[in-house]
Design a protein around this ligand. Structure first.
Ligand code: ATP
Length: 415
């Protein structure tokens, strides 16, 4: 690999973009102390993938970014680009043979570094391998920093071996071998994991076979279910069609009924209007009829009471009539008895008159007058003569004392 040009932008003291052209032959950089000569070598290490900030003489890798000066503000990013000719070195993937290489590294504050080869983003490892295959790199002995010669003289055999391997151009092989060993170890670990996975998969195989059988059975049953559902839906569809036809018929009939009902409703509305017009008069008449009915009910109640009074009066009069008839019969009996008594008295008087006449004619004495005696007189006479029973002396006109025919039953009655 032959480095043709080095471009710096914002790297340490190189705040402005600068291209350092490296021509054929020997190229030297001359300058006073502190002008930035060592910064160029560090720029080469930086772009070759240096990861140690101590090798960059800083407290952090971001210290390589221009930190500002009295007349310039600080930058937020630094970028170093190397233009090189592969010259037979192994090329990374994606780079055509004969194509020049443009390797760059860009670092930003709080964002880290990004590597690019010919504009394509790559890993830091790819850039380090690229320079290692070209027998160079950030740690290559080809880059000699200040004090490194003394370190080489005092170095241990292993470190000297590394310097010699770098000089022989096999440091890339060592790096690749180390990477291959890492990959092999990772592959072995993957194989072990794969064996575990195989064992686990073998354990899952039976379960999967069982699930596969269940899936086949499920698919068959699902097909049967779909067929049955299709048949069911067909039957339902046909039934729904029949119901739809019936519903349409019913709808037609209902529409006809609705028309008739609307016509009847209109007619009823007219009648209602007429009735509503007549309603106040009818209500007035109903109120009057109600009042008349109430009056008639009151009158009927009074008539009922009057009838009850008449019935009671009639019963009383009937009782009096009955008593009057009984009294009349009793009086008739008395009259008959009196007639019989008069007849007997007349006979006795005739007898007495005959006897008196004879005595008058014998002694000239007049017989007693009929009027001088009276009723009780005759009674007494009858009682005296023993042919008549004693009559009640009260005014009940009973014939026999204590008889049930004594109607007054007066406690003052001496009978
Ligand atoms: P010497 O010959 O003494 O070794 P030199 O020419 O190698 O000196 P360098 O050591 O490369 O010089 O550069 C040091 C200069 O770089 C100093 O002036 C320092 O201020 C400047 N410098 C280093 N880091 C930065 C930075 N991050 N930002 C700005 N300037 C920096």
């Amino acid at each position: 690999m032959k480095i043709n040009r080095l471009r710096l932008l914002g790297f340490k003291s190189f705040v402005e973009p600068i291209d350092v052209v490296i021509e054929d032959g020997l190229t030297g950089i001359v300058g006073p102390n502190g002008c930035g000569k060592s910064n160029l070598v560090e720029a080469l290490r930086f772009v070759m993938g240096e990861s140690s900030y101590k090798a960059m003489r800083g407290a952090a890798m971001e210290d390589v970014i221009f930190s500002g000066a009295a007349s310039r503000p600080a930058r937020n990013a630094a970028e170093v680009t190397v233009f090189a000719d592969p010259a037979g070195s192994p090329l990374p993937s994606g780079i055509a043979a004969g194509e020049d290489l443009q390797i760059s590294r860009r670092i930003e504050r709080d964002a880290g570094s990004a590597y690019r080869i010919n504009g394509k983003d790559v890993r830091a490892r790819d850039v380090q391998l690229l320079f290692a295959d070209a027998a160079t790199g950030a740690h290559s002995s080809a880059l000699v920093r200040q004090g490194q010669i003394g370190e080489i003289i005092a170095a241990k055999p292993i470190q000297r071996r590394q310097i010699l391997e770098d000089a022989a151009g096999i440091s890339g092989l060592h790096s690749r071998r180390h990477e291959a060993e890492l990959k092999l170890r990772a592959a072995e670990q993957n194989l072990e994991r794969l064996d575990d996975v195989m064992a686990e998969v073998a354990g899952q195989f039976d379960a999967l076979k069982r699930q596969a059988r269940q899936a086949v059975r499920y698919r068959n049953i699902s097909g049967d279910i779909r067929k049955a559902e299709a048949t069911l839906f067909l039957i339902r569809w046909q039934a729904a069609g029949q119901r739809l036809a019936e519903a349409e018929k019913a709808l037609t009939a209902a529409a006809a009924c609705l028309g008739e009902a609307a016509e009847a409703q209109a007619k009823s509305a007219r009648q209602e209007a007429v009735a509503a017009d007549r309603l106040p008069d009818l209500r007035q008449r109903a109120a009057e009829a109600g009042a008349a009915l109430q009056r008639m009910r009151l009158l009927a109640d009074e008539l009922d009471k009057e009838e009850q009074r008449h019935q009671a009066r009639k019963a009383e009069i009937a009782g009096r009539c009955e008593q009057t008839r009984a009294d009349l019969a009793h009086e008739r009996e008395i009259v008959e008895e009196s007639r019989a008594a008069l007849a007997r008295l007349a006979a006795e008087e005739a007898d007495l008159a005959g006897a008196t006449g004879r005595r008058h004619r014998q002694g000239r004495r007049r017989p007693p007058s009929r009027r001088a005696g009276g009723r009780h007189r005759y009674r007494n006479r009858g009682a005296a003569v023993g042919r008549r029973k004693p009559a009640c002396r009260c005014f009940c006109r009973a014939q026999r004392p204590g008889s049930s025919r004594c109607r007054r039953r007066d406690p003052a009655c001496p009978v």
